[in-house]
Design a protein. Sequence first.
Length: 233
Amino acid sequence: MAARLLVLEWLVAGVGATRTLALGRVDDMLGKAAPSCRAAGLIALGGRGPVKRRSTDGRTAMNSGRPIQTPVTGAEETTDQRHALHALAQFYRALNSRDLRVMQENWTNSAEAVMDNPLGGIKRGWSEIRTIYERLFANAGTYRFEFYDYTLHETGDVFYVIGRERGELDVNGRRMLLAIRTTRIFRRDTDRRWRQVHHHGSIDDPEVLAAYQNAVLPPPPPRTPAHPERSKP
């Protein structure tokens, strides 16, 4: 087996600084090192998923070192909203099942929530954000979104994910493929649950963006002429 480096992260007690330790060959050392590493709270960073790191107040923080390719679809575990990945999966479950009640649980229901996405532009406050999901959920065409190629970063009472969404949308029997650059920010609420406070999404292809908006959003109202002709006496 080729030599690989096992990188371990731990939080230095009382300092709050993160350090890394390289432990040589995985095939030679993992068997000996793994039990003691687990006992000490050290977690391997392999690039396949988030790293768990014990914070100074005893909570487990999630951070990914490399982009995670396994997609989040909403089919994952969502029972404990105190866990970052559960909160992220809950969003995609609400989105793909068109469940407005669960979507409202996922977002902060206050004026602090902000969205900037291809369908709604900038929306401030849950009452404005809600209207975007109502339009999407009412769309007759089927759709499905998943989140991948992302990194997850948790610090204190905030975690954020930066990655890509790929979506499929049925438009009058035609399949539309969507590629969206996506950021989501969650904040730990007073009940210790994570709730989304910000989302930003961008579609690079202007033709795809226009087609997506035309498929979901209502047509714009007709424009009123700037200088309507006055009726002649």
